[in-house]
Design a protein around this ligand. Structure first.
Ligand SMILES: O=C(O)C1=C[C@@H](OP(=O)(O)O)[C@@H](O)[C@H](O)C1
Ligand SMILES: C=C(OP(=O)(O)O)C(=O)O
Length: 443
């Protein structure tokens, strides 16, 4: 929900060794998709391990507004009785997606081929983010779409009564664009095809197949090609949401930079399309063991055991960016403690997230004594043996910026403050108690 809550300043301080087990929340990407696909299915979808962050709660509310029966049965346990593909009813009010790019872009896709009129809104951050990347292809299905100037929210979509399928090459590596098109393609006759230059997170493809859609992915000379056959009957499925590797990155980072730490983070998704941070950390020399590798809810998972140790700077190739796109803010914090420079290439997309994450990280790190260089699509962090801290980071309604700087302060000489930790609740509501439980001095 968009709300203008008062800012919640938070501070973190140099801490003793972090110890114990970090039970991080359910994966945010899979949680949104479980609710949306549940709502587009026939029958009851039971979800366990759902992330109960504000982004996902906003998606749950939207599904109820379209006529699905959405019920919370217990912590992380939800039931969705769907209305079937093409079965969404016109909602009475606007659909407010709060802070969530995934929520608004996927739901816009899901309504674009159903003949209902829906107006979407979001908070100040979401209202600044580009939406034409999704509304342009959705219009090609036959939807009638009006946006605020510059393709921004609020947006009204009148879904196509007689949709035509689409063949579309995505202009930027984005699972949200791909997923919006696939969800729209569900109610278009024939084959909808998405072509991406670099593979992006594949949860939509895995889950659509699990719900009974005919979908295939192949790598051709055109790129990574996903083909969906429209008008399936989606069949309700139990969904066990694995723990979020993007949330796990915060306690993992803390253990890597606070001397003497050793923590365990159980049940984290190791989906290869989400694994780039962990590949990078191993290259930096991080001491991370992946124990008990197994399959849970259709995703590879493992228990992470992380120990503090020396790290060295590396160059992260641009081709890896999509598989760790949300982890660059926390990587730039880890990089501040590595020997030498860490160069992050091909990261222009960071400029259109909840905030301009290159700018937010660069300014915040500089305020804490770390040297950073940036270009339009790269960032270089110069590591140091002792990081001064003592600064305040501006978080710009961005949960990952807030969490990244609070982790920084656990290992700096002086405390690190953030102007507003409120947005952390969008993706990791128990971040503070979880980090305090490991021994972190923050709040
Ligand atoms: O599809 C998804 O669930 C997501 C895709 C990514 O966004 P883009 O598609 O804009 O890269 C990522 O940053 C976001 O947190 C979640
Ligand atoms: C970019 C993110 O989310 P979204 O695009 O869904 O707002 C994120 O969680 O880092």
């Amino acid at each position: 929900m968009s709300h203008s809550a008062d800012p919640r300043p938070m501070t973190s301080r140099r801490s003793g060794p972090l110890k114990g087990e970090a039970q991080v929340p359910g994966d945010k990407s899979i949680s949104h998709r479980a609710l949306i696909l549940g709502a587009m299915s026939v029958g009851e979808t039971r979800i366990t391990g759902l992330l109960e962050g504000q982004d996902v709660l906003d998606t749950a509310r939207a599904m109820a507004a379209f006529g699905a029966q959405v019920e919370r049965l217990g912590p992380g346990e939800w039931s969705v009785h769907g209305v079937g593909v093409g079965g969404f009813a016109e909602p009475e009010g606007v659909i407010d997606c709060g802070n969530s790019g995934t929520g608004v872009r996927l739901i816009m896709g899901a309504v674009a081929t159903t003949p209902i009129a829906v107006t979407f809104t979001g908070d100040a951050s979401l209202s600044r983010r580009p939406m034409a990347r999704v509304t342009d292809p959705l219009a090609q299905f036959g939807a009638d779409i009006t946006t605020r100037e510059g393709g921004r929210l609020p947006i009204t979509i009148r879904g196509a009564a007689d949709p035509v399928p689409l063949r579309y090459r995505t202009p930027v590596a984005s699972a949200q664009i791909k997923s919006a098109i696939l969800l729209a393609g569900l109610n278009a006759p024939g084959e909808t095809v998405v072509i991406e230059a670099e593979p992006t997170r594949d949860h939509s493809e895995r889950m659509l197949a699990g719900f009974g859609a005919q979908i295939r992915s192949e790598t051709t000379e055109e790129g990574h090609v996903i083909t969906l056959t429209g008008r399936p009957e989606l069949v309700a499925q139990p969904v066990a949401v694995p723990r979020d590797p993007s949330s796990a990155a915060f306690p993992v980072a803390a253990a890597l930079i606070v001397p003497g730490s050793r923590i365990r983070v159980p049940g984290v998704s190791r989906n290869p399309t989400r694994d780039g941070l962990y590949v990078t950390l191993l290259e930096m020399g991080a001491d991370i063991a992946f124990e008990n590798p197994r399959e849970e809810g259709g995703e590879p998972v493992a228990d992470l055991v992380v120990r503090h140790g020396p790290l060295k700077g590396v160059t992260v190739p641009g081709e890896r960016a999509a598989s760790m796109i949300d982890e660059f803010p926390i990587l730039s914090v880890i990089a501040a403690f590595a020997e030498g420079a860490t160069v992050m290439n091909g990261v222009a997309e960071l400029r259109v997230k909840e905030s301009d994450r290159i700018d937010a990280m660069a300014r915040g790190l500089e305020a804490n004594g770390v040297r950073v260089e940036e270009t339009r699509d790269s960032m270089t962090v110069h590591g140091m043996t002792s990081v001064p801290g003592g600064g305040t980071a501006v978080t710009h309604l961005d949960h990952r910026i807030a969490m990244s700087f609070l982790i920084l302060g656990l290992a700096t000489q002086n405390p690190v403050a953030v102007d507003d930790g409120g947005p952390i609740a969008t993706s990791f509501p128990d971040f503070l108690p979880l980090m305090q439980g490991l021994g972190g001095d923050l709040g």
